[in-house]
Design a protein around this ligand. Structure first.
Ligand SMILES: [Zn+2]
Length: 101
């Protein structure tokens, strides 16, 4: 038997888990078209994220965790998403419903 090789410890730099060629929200390769992030889009995402964190959204924990590893204040030129991911996440009615619980 060979001795177990020590794997290098996992880097914990910001956003090393994000694949920017995929949708930021679902990180899934689909046939759906990706839309490039815009400044307005980023600000809605940031707002939705902070509201969902505040109201303890348990449905979108995965997306929320992922968004929190991304520098949302920084350059967004490499960020893209699906309309069908962005839409529900930033939908004000969904967020209102969380708030009402
Ligand atoms: Zn998506």
């Amino acid at each position: 038997m060979y001795p177990v090789v020590n794997l290098p410890s996992r880097r914990h730099s910001r956003d090393d888990e994000i694949n920017y060629t995929l949708c930021l929200l679902c990180q899934t390769r689909t046939k759906q078209k990706l839309r490039n992030a815009s400044e307005a889009g980023m600000s809605r995402i940031k707002q939705a994220l902070s509201d969902r964190l505040k109201y303890n959204d348990v449905q979108n924990v995965l997306i929320m965790d992922r968004l929190q590893t991304v520098d949302l204040e920084g350059d967004f030129s490499n960020i893209r998403w699906h309309d069908h991911c962005y839409g529900p996440f930033t939908h004000s009615e969904h967020i209102k419903r969380l708030k009402a619980r």
